[in-house]
Design a protein around this ligand. Structure first.
Ligand SMILES: [Zn+2]
Length: 63
């Protein structure tokens, strides 16, 4: 199971109604909170739900 850290940026399989697909993890623990980087909306998810929604992590790449 993938572990997400605070500040990680993730791309969801389905876009948010605002059209954004990139989110930032703003809270970790028993529940996760992710913030839409397009509209700023914060959504709370269980780790299981987050796992299902995320297509890939977009941060931490680059080199
Ligand atoms: Zn949004």
């Amino acid at each position: 199971m993938t572990v997400y850290a605070l500040g990680d940026r993730v791309e969801t399989k389905k876009p948010h109604p605002c059209g954004g697909k990139t989110w930032e993890v703003v809270r970790t623990g028993a529940d996760y909170k992710i913030k839409c980087l397009t509209c700023g909306r914060v959504v709370m998810l269980t780790p299981d739900e987050l796992q299902k929604r995320v297509r890939r992590t977009v941060s931490g790449e680059g080199t």
